[in-house]
Design a protein around this ligand. Structure first.
Ligand SMILES: N[C@@H](CCC(=O)N[C@@H](CS)C(=O)NCC(=O)O)C(=O)O
Length: 270
């Protein structure tokens, strides 16, 4: 039995980052799935491990770690297996630049769409307004309470949705330009930046069909398919339990044409 337990939801940003890093390194771990839509992350058993009630979290012996990108860096440094940080200082800077950009800028924008169109409506359907209101009152972090309220009760403003849409557009264009320069995102070797980016971007051909497709972003598509072919990625996405994770199968298609923006909304999850 491993002394590492990863508490995670679907392979996706943010849970998928440490899941995939552990699998790329070949590190054995206990997988503890938490159903975010069923509020498993707010139950006393989990709050005893991570009092913030956020996912993912990892325990290694007596140590409890949070923050998906920081966990990935720990995993890369603490365990044997393939190196996921390049040796060159400039490349290491680029890995960190991209991870910061994705975590602070791009991921919150994707997340706003995901929570508005998937998490909020599905949680409301499953539990009803009264139960959700009681549940939200128990969430430890005020910022997570606000995110739940906005998602469930449709309170994201038009202005903030438009700004998130603009950021996604800018982010996809930057990503495409960077991937035109080299095989992997931040250096000539597969790194934590690719693990981070894949978790954020794997479903873009479905969620942003007008922005990410084989005509407009051929380098992003090449990169996504190359990561999807890796055995660790296949094994990681098998741990998914909802239609969210099965979106990755879009990458089995050899050619994905540009489609209308409304098809992203129709696909349910951004
Ligand atoms: N910056 C943190 C974010 C953790 C976070 O907020 N995770 C979301 C899921 S992606 C969560 O736990 N949501 C639970 C909730 O809001 O109830 C990380 O990267 O680990």
């Amino acid at each position: 039995m491993s002394d590492i337990t990863l508490y995670h939801w679907e392979p996706n940003a943010n849970s998928g980052k440490p899941m995939l890093a552990l699998m790329e390194k070949g590190v054995a771990f206990e997988s503890h799935y938490l159903d975010l839509l069923n509020f498993d992350q707010h139950r006393p058993e989990y709050l005893a491990i991570n009092p913030q009630g956020t996912i993912p979290a990892m325990t290694h012996g007596d140590l409890m770690l949070v923050e998906s990108t920081a966990i990935m860096e720990y995993v890369n440094e603490a365990f044997d297996g393939p190196e996921l940080m390049p040796a060159d200082a400039r490349d290491r800077w680029r890995v960190r630049w991209w991870m910061k950009f994705m975590d602070q800028w791009l991921a919150p924008s994707f997340s706003m769409f995901g929570w508005k169109f998937f998490v909020g409506p599905n949680a409301l359907k499953a539990h009803g307004r009264e139960k959700i209101e009681a549940q939200i009152a128990q969430i430890p972090l005020p910022e997570r309470q606000l995110a739940w309220k906005k998602a469930v009760f449709g309170l994201f403003s038009e202005e903030e949705m438009a700004e998130s849409g603009r950021r996604i557009d800018v982010g996809i264009k930057l990503l495409e330009a960077e991937l035109a320069k080299r095989e992997w995102l931040a250096s000539d070797q597969y790194s934590l930046a690719d693990v981070n980016g894949f978790n954020l971007a794997y479903a873009m051909p479905l969620s942003q069909p007008h922005l990410a497709n084989d005509e407009v972003t051929p380098n992003i598509m090449r990169w996504l398919r190359a990561i999807y072919r890796r055995p660790a990625t296949r094994a990681c996405w098998k741990l998914g339990r909802t239609p969210m994770a099965s979106r990755v199968e879009i990458l089995e298609q050899d050619y994905i044409p540009p489609r209308d923006e409304s098809e992203g909304i129709a696909s349910g999850v951004r």
